[in-house]
Design a protein around this ligand. Sequence first.
Ligand code: ADP
Length: 190
Amino acid sequence: MFNFILFGPPGSGKGTQSVKIAEKYNLAHISTGDIFRKNIREKTELGIKVQSIIEKGELVPDELLIEILENAMDQYKEKKGFVFDGFPRTKQQAEDMDVMLEKRNESVSLVLALEVNDDVIIARLLKRAELEGRKDDTKDVIENRINVYNNQTQPLIDFYKDKNKFASVNGIGSIDEIFNNICTVIEQNI
Ligand code: ADP
């Protein structure tokens, strides 16, 4: 199985690229953000629990994540692997993921980061706020999400570099250009 993590700050294009990658390589796309938003829309117990956290741009507690992830993975039996989008976001999540995958005789295959600087991210997210009206796309919450990313998620780069599983591509350019660059790296590793 190809267990692929698409990594990068909020607004780096992970969602857009993940869908294309999943389709091309017959992988299941698992977006923890999408799962949370669906639960919030449907007012499930989980949705009610996480709504205010997400609207502030904070992270959902680690202990909730791994079960959500496993449930999502169990829904796909016929795929050749996964694209993880928005997970892991903390060192604890990355360690929990390794344990969970090991139980399945699997491991993380590759972590690929989309590199985009803060100015571009803020501009993209503010534009998305106009188009989609996501509650966590206001200026203050965007700043918080970027801080949370820098403090809690970015350190994972070293975690995966130490395991020789880390690569990156420029996340600025056209969707197709970036996608082609991602595919080049995937094909060296798949
Ligand atoms: P973005 O990448 O634009 O921040 P996502 O859709 O990936 O958006 O995530 C939206 C929000 O959902 C995050 O700000 C966070 O509150 C929550 N979330 C998503 N994935 C995780 C995760 N792995 N751990 C904790 N919280 C998460």
